[in-house]
Ligand binder design. Structure first.
Ligand SMILES: Nc1ncnc2c1ncn2[C@@H]1O[C@H](COP(=O)(O)OP(=O)(O)OP(=O)(O)O)[C@@H](O)[C@H]1O
Length: 227
């Protein structure tokens, strides 16, 4: 059903003009249904990050249409797109971008603070709840530099859930982790999919990670090879 489509890419193409005109995305089209856990795989340079940048509304210089939650986002103002990002998308990156001058708890609260509508206490409570999902409640008052790589990524995932996002987008969220921590983080994504029916779109190099998702979108040279 139409209302179950969270994200739709329609014929998205992208060119870079420097040093010369190069097409890096070629009419990419697909849909993501509510509750789906989808991975995007492909060799280095095939256009995964470029695509994610467009899908997450951060790059607006493309051809084609981007539709999120039934709304055509192509052509919308930067302010509107920022609002959409704050309200609907949770981000998890390869590098976690946690701030060492703040506690773990404060780091998780940061995206909520941007929304500016929740009081600090309610926000703290919510951040604590999110950290509890990942068994990080005993580390809340530490700073990120006192945590292991896997723990940092768990905090980053907790942070990405603060706006109760419609969609989580990740760029190589396990790319910087050893096997053990990468498994821990992957299991967190699996749990989010199974228990919370969280819709997720994750770019990965890791075939094992991709094999554990509901659907793999395989890219080659700016195109979808199969999905
Ligand atoms: N700002 C830019 N200007 C010119 N070319 C770019 C720019 N950014 C990326 N590219 C080129 O676009 C292509 C796709 O890059 P992209 O980063 O999307 O690939 P990727 O699949 O994410 O690779 P990786 O797995 O290594 O991160 C590459 O050939 C890259 O060199």
């Amino acid at each position: 059903m139409k209302q179950d489509i969270v994200l739709e890419a329609r014929q998205i193409s992208k060119y870079f003009y420097s040093p010369q005109k190069t097409q890096v995305l070629r009419e990419v089209s697909f849909q993501i249904q509510k509750g789906e856990f989808v991975s995007v795989m492909g060799k280095s340079g095939c256009g995964k990050s470029t695509l994610l940048y467009i899908l997450s509304t951060m790059d607006t210089d493309y051809e084609g249409d981007l539709i999120m939650d039934g709304e055509l986002l192509t052509g919308k103002s930067p302010n509107h797109l920022a609002q959409v990002r704050n309200q609907k998308i949770g981000f998890v990156f390869q590098f976690h971008y946690l701030l060492n001058e703040f506690s773990v708890l404060e780091n998780v609260m940061i995206p909520g603070l941007k929304l500016g509508k929740e009081q600090r206490q309610a926000l703290e409570h919510k951040a604590e709840q999110k950290l509890r999902i990942f068994d990080m409640q005993d580390h809340m008052l530490k700073t990120p530099n006192q945590l292991s790589g896997g723990q940092k990524q768990r905090v980053a995932i907790a942070r990405s859930l603060m706006n109760d996002p419609l969609l989580i987008m990740g760029d190589e969220p396990t790319g910087n982790l050893d096997k053990k921590n990468s498994d821990i983080v992957f299991n967190i994504f699996k749990e989010l999919a199974a228990e919370f029916k969280q819709t997720m779109l994750i770019v990965t190099h890791d075939p094992e990670f991709a094999a554990g998702t509901d659907r793999v979108i395989e890219m080659e040279d700016g195109r979808i090879l199969r999905m």
